[in-house]
Design a protein around this ligand. Structure first.
Ligand code: ADP
Ligand code: ASP
Ligand code: MG
Length: 466
């Protein structure tokens, strides 16, 4: 039985010719791992495509089309640096066709705003479409037998444009029948991430950052030996390195720990990536494409408690918290159901929930429907909304059973007002909300307390184990 390794390369890993070269080397040197390559759009291109669709929706079609000029040029220039004359000429023609197709679709967007989301997905698909085709050519010219595969033939989804969900049964059989013959012929399939198609064959996308998810879905479909996420940092770090430059690689995480970190803001992993890996216990490895020999992070089923207990701190901003207080809740049944039905009706995802006898507090990432939600919630009780909040999530196996963690968190940021504290149903996370303005400072201080200081908690727990 063929057990491939899924190697997913993010946007920064294919940012320019030099980055493509590195990717080609990584794949070539690991050819015995039976690679299946999944690749994101060149960095910044998805943002540019997204912006162009929004400009087109406002009727400024010419401006929308012109805004992409330099991005398309960047593709043909990168190809020129990487490929033979013949190869780069052929690729330039593809870029030209893509540019025309995108321009046409932008014109349609300006005229048919009711089809905006579907058309936007078709436009976005050109990002991963071009990068994957270019990478397949680069690999071929570097002596790797590679084949570009349109991901739409493998990933079959529902109709939810912009954040489509895969239909697993169909996706698994389509992926197996499309990719296995190439693997049997020792050819490396190269697919664009994020892209899928619905059952009518129309293009869908899995959402921002969704190439990680594509890699995991393909990995599960092929019972891969490993899913590798190649990015611009050496694994999952103890905190977001943009906030904490001293953050260190966490060498091992359990699936649960990685999922919590991803969900609460560790951008390095798309929140849905872990789910497909769990069922077949497929290890997920996060590696740095710039420094491929670095250890990185291995995510697998085995859980272990480290002496510090806390393994990493994630955070996310742009959160809204909502508090509903009502004496009617006291001793009443059906109240929570009524409350959550309001969120369900408005298709709004609730993240963290805490309750007391007379109040419920919860957090939302997407507050688009909030005015309508608040109006309906007012029938149930007094509603208080707080915008511009941030959530901090402290993660580590065994956290619940370890005394002193909460005390340490709160004493470290004792001058910062904390709301919505949740220990989580799992034993591995401790989550709370604070005001957004102070989140960087709070994360830095927590990182210092848990990872940089010679922590007494660490010492005492180690001595317990001796
Ligand atoms: P890619 O383009 O490869 O998908 P992303 O930009 O989506 O890469 O994710 C990698 C980035 O995630 C890092 O450059 C880093 O800034 C950010 N990040 C946030 N939190 C963490 C964390 N805990 N560990 C590692 N990276 C993190
Ligand atoms: N290119 C897409 C994005 O920027 C998906 C990805 O890279 O994972 O969101
Ligand atoms: Mg990403």
């Amino acid at each position: 039985m063929i057990m491939p390794t899924i190697m997913k390369f993010g946007g920064t890993s294919v940012a320019d010719a030099q980055a493509f070269e590195k990717v080609a080397r990584i794949v070539r040197e690991r050819i015995q791992q039976v690679p299946v390559v999944v690749v994101s759009a060149m960095s910044g291109f998805t943002d540019a495509l997204l912006a162009s669709t929004r400009i087109a929706r406002e009727g400024r079609t010419e401006e929308a089309i012109a805004s992409l000029e330099s991005s398309f040029l960047r593709h043909s220039e990168t190809a020129k640096e990487l490929l033979s004359d013949e190869g780069s000429l052929a690729f330039a023609k593809v870029v030209d066709l893509a540019q025309r197709a995108v321009s046409q679709q932008l014109q349609v967007i300006a005229l048919q705003s009711n089809r905006f989301r579907a058309l936007q997905d078709s436009v976005l698909a050109f990002g991963e479409g071009l990068s994957s085709l270019l990478l397949a050519h680069v690999l071929t010219e570097r002596g790797v037998t590679a084949m570009h595969i349109d991901a739409r033939e493998c990933v079959i989804t529902d109709e939810e444009y912009g954040c489509a969900a895969p239909l697993f049964e169909q996706t698994f059989s389509a992926t197996q029948s499309t990719l296995l013959p190439f693997l049997a012929a020792e050819s490396v399939p190269v697919l664009g991430g994020v892209i899928g198609s619905n059952t009518q064959g129309l293009t869908t996308t899995l959402g921002r950052g969704g190439s990680d998810y594509t890699a995991a879905i393909i990995g599960a479909a092929l019972s891969a030996r490993e899913i590798q996420i190649w990015t611009d940092v050496s694994g999952v770090l103890t905190a977001d390195p943009r906030v904490v430059p001293a953050a260190q690689t966490v060498e091992r995480l359990s699936y649960g720990e990685a999922a919590e970190l991803a969900y609460f803001g560790a951008k390095v992993l798309h929140p849905k990536t872990i789910q497909p890996a769990i069922e077949d216990c497929i290890p997920v490895r996060i590696c740095n494409s710039r420094t491929p020999d670095d250890v990185g992070t291995l995510v697998c089923a085995q859980t272990e408690t480290t002496p510090r207990t806390v393994k990493a701190i994630a955070h996310k901003t742009g959160v809204t918290t909502v508090q509903i207080s009502s004496a009617r809740m006291l001793g009443a049944y059906g109240f929570l159901r009524a409350l959550f039905e309001v969120f369900e009706k408005h298709r709004t995802v609730v993240d963290v929930v805490t309750t007391s006898e007379v109040s419920v507090s919860l957090s939302l990432d997407d507050a688009t429907s909030l005015p309508a939600i608040v109006e309906e919630l007012s029938n149930l009780g007094t509603v208080r909304v707080e915008n511009r909040r941030a959530i901090i999530c402290v993660v580590g196996e065994g956290l619940r059973g370890t005394p002193g963690i909460a005390a340490r968190v709160f004493s470290t940021i004792s001058d910062i007002n904390v709301t919505l504290i949740s220990q989580g149903a799992s034993s591995i996370n401790f989550t709370f909300a604070i005001e957004e303005e102070r989140v960087n400072e709070a994360v830095r201080r927590l990182h210092e307390a848990f990872f940089e200081a010679d922590s007494s908690a660490c010492r005492s727990s180690m001595s317990d184990k001796l």
